[in-house]
Design a protein around this ligand. Structure first.
Ligand SMILES: *Cc1c(COP(=O)(O)O)cnc(C)c1O
Length: 376
């Protein structure tokens, strides 16, 4: 171990930093919300929902307990249920598939492409007479080629519901992730780009009817006048969390800027390493505005590299515990997806968060270069 390694530790994600970065705001907001007794479905939530909708250029957003619930509500509100199939990328969180499963429908995982996002060709090949919707995941803060997916959906009369849990502010052709389909969900889990101090999420829709249904679903089936008009559950975004999120949303441009800056540093210091495939650099494709929820690379000798970095105090992570959806045999999946399976032996996520200094990123890159025998 070098002296440098003993001096520097770069955790994959520093949860205390989420609080430290906004501590003064948090304490002020807790006092304010607490003194007003404004805990459930109060004006801070409405304000945040309106500001979030304006940020996304969407008609409606609704704060919910978490993105998993939000996706579930979107699927149900779209009328998808028993006998229906929904196509999704196998490179996504189990939550995407669970949202479909608990609506009584069947999640159908398919291959992703070189950009790690669902492959439109694989989507089209998986369509059957039962397929009702495509549920693309806007993975790692990058938005899918929505032109291609909308073409497929249009050709077969399918709905699009987006898992935008990782993609707040990400754009394709100038349009925000979460606004392409009939509905979408985003997550405010602490490690997400816009994280709160616990669980939280939002659904997004431009469709009035879906908005009504999801509005009721998150609050016991209550309509705007408080009358119970349908079956619902309880999955409301806490008013306190909404107040905290609203403050952070105001500084969100800076967050996206810094993440893209870190991605550019990684590109600059790693692009000559031929054993690695990097994500597209910021602005390398005018159709995409990526916000780098994760910095997911493909590497040779993945497990050895992971261990080498760990020995130098650098935390890395393999997304989804290293298994694609269709590899979760305990859940009954039977697909064989060779591209995704090979990819999952090569994937590794490097630290990507606002607690990183430029020197931290340099240290991570120098360590990777040393592992593969490149000059530092
Ligand atoms: C985090 C995440 C979810 C779930 O979000 P929660 O708010 O934790 O329910 C769903 N899909 C993807 C792709 C995610 O990254």
């Amino acid at each position: 171990m070098t002296n440098l390694a003993m001096l520097r530790a770069v955790p994959f994600f520093a949860y205390p930093h989420v609080f430290a970065a906004i501590e003064a705001d948090v304490l002020r907001i807790i006092a304010d919300v607490g003194r007003r007794g404004a805990f459930i479905l109060q004006r801070d939530l409405t304000l945040f929902e309106n500001n979030l909708a304006a940020f996304l250029n969407a008609k409606h957003t609704l704060g919910v307990g978490n993105a998993t619930d939000g996706l579930h509500f979107a699927v149900r509100a779209a009328g998808i249920g028993p006998g229906d199939e929904v196509i999704l990328s196998s490179h996504t969180m189990i939550a995407t598939a669970a949202a479909v499963h608990f609506a009584g429908a069947t999640p159908v995982p398919v291959e992703c492409g070189a950009d790690h996002l669902v492959d439109p060709g694989a989507v089209e090949a998986a369509i059957t007479s039962r397929t009702r919707a495509i549920l693309p995941t806007q993975l790692n803060g990058r938005t899918c080629n929505m032109d291609a997916l909308q073409t497929v959906a249009g050709r077969h009369g399918l709905l699009i519901i987006e898992d935008a849990a990782q993609a707040l502010g990400s754009k394709f052709k100038g349009r925000c992730a979460g606004t392409f389909g009939i509905a979408a969900a985003i997550s405010f889990y602490p490690a997400k780009v816009l994280g709160c101090l616990g669980d939280g999420g939002a659904v997004i829709t431009n469709d009035e009817e879906l908005y009504e249904r999801m509005y009721q679903m998150r609050d016991h089936g209550r309509s705007t006048n408080g009358a119970i008009v349908s079956w619902g559950l309880n999955s409301r975004l806490d008013n306190l969390q909404a107040a905290l999120l609203d403050i952070q949303l105001k500084k969100y441009e800076d967050v996206m800027f810094r993440r893209r800056q870190i991605a550019a540093l990684y590109t600059g210091w790693l692009e000559d390493v031929t054993e690695i495939v990097l994500p597209p650099a910021p602005d390398s494709d005018p159709d995409h505005f990526d916000i780098y929820q994760n910095y997911e690379i493909e590497v040779e000798h993945r497990d050895e590299l992971k261990q080498y970095l760990e020995d130098r105090g650098i935390g890395t992570l393999i997304q989804w515990g290293g298994q694609a959806i269709h590899q979760l045999k305990a859940l009954g999946f039977t697909q064989h997806l060779p591209y995704t399976e090979r990819l999952f032996t090569r994937l590794l996520m490097l630290p990507m968060n606002l607690s990183l200094s430029d020197d931290d990123v340099r240290y991570v890159c120098d360590s990777i270069r040393a592992f593969y025998g490149y000059p530092q």
